[in-house]
Design a binder for this molecule. Structure first.
Ligand code: VGL
Ligand code: ZN
Length: 198
């Protein structure tokens, strides 16, 4: 089970543009919402911190095809597509972390993001004494992967919530390879908090 004062949940980019009807819809992306709501409930019950990252791009960026990048426009600051999925039940205490705000960056990792005061995710986590992060959201092969890998590099234990992620799969198998990469780098995988060791 999650440990008081040491564990945090990080919900990655569960935004309209990555769900059905969005400009960069991930297959079955919406399905993570109900699963994440259960994890959110469990962390809330335990009094544990919850962070939600969001992809938060300017209109003109090298991240988009129009600027030479790989992606159609998505998650433009202030747009409907950038809003969290309407059924995602984030408690009011959730700390929001925005990434990809520069005109020349992809910002795939939540660890490149900042909260409203400009604080970096790593500092927010350390300030609270967090030692282990539980990560779920979208997309497995981009922002989830980079957030997990950076979390490990920063010295956190990382648990990938495997039932709460879905991938873009630009190339077939990208999500499976991303999960392999995360495991290889030292992440653990779980689909049930009761089975996670202390
Ligand atoms: C993401 C592609 C482009 C993600 C963000 O959140 O995984 N993927 N921008
Ligand atoms: Zn993006």
């Amino acid at each position: 089970m999650p440990r008081p004062n040491k564990d945090a949940l990080i919900v990655v980019d569960v935004q309209n543009d990555f769900c059905s009807g969005g400009t960069l819809a991930v297959q079955d992306g919406d399905q993570v919402v109900a699963v994440l709501n259960r994890y959110i409930d469990q962390f809330t019950q335990g009094g544990l911190p919850i962070f939600a990252t969001r992809d938060w791009h300017p209109e003109k960026t090298s991240h988009f095809i129009s600027g030479g990048g790989p992606w159609p426009p998505h998650c433009i600051q202030g747009s409907w597509g950038a809003q969290f999925h309407p059924e995602l039940k984030l408690p009011p205490e959730t700390v929001m972390v925005s990434a990809g705000m520069g005109s020349d960056e992809d910002g795939y990792s939540g660890f490149l993001g900042r909260d409203e005061s400009g604080a970096r995710l790593v500092d927010l986590l350390r300030r609270q004494g967090v030692e282990r992060i539980f990560v779920g959201g979208l997309a497995t092969d981009y922002c989830v992967k980079h957030t997990v890998l950076d979390g490990l590099k920063e010295g956190f234990k990382v648990v990938l919530l495997a039932d709460a992620v879905r991938g873009v799969n630009l190339n077939a198998g990208d999500s499976e390879r991303a999960i392999e990469e995360m495991l290889h780098a030292g992440a653990e995988v779980a689909t049930d908090l009761a089975q996670v060791p202390d």
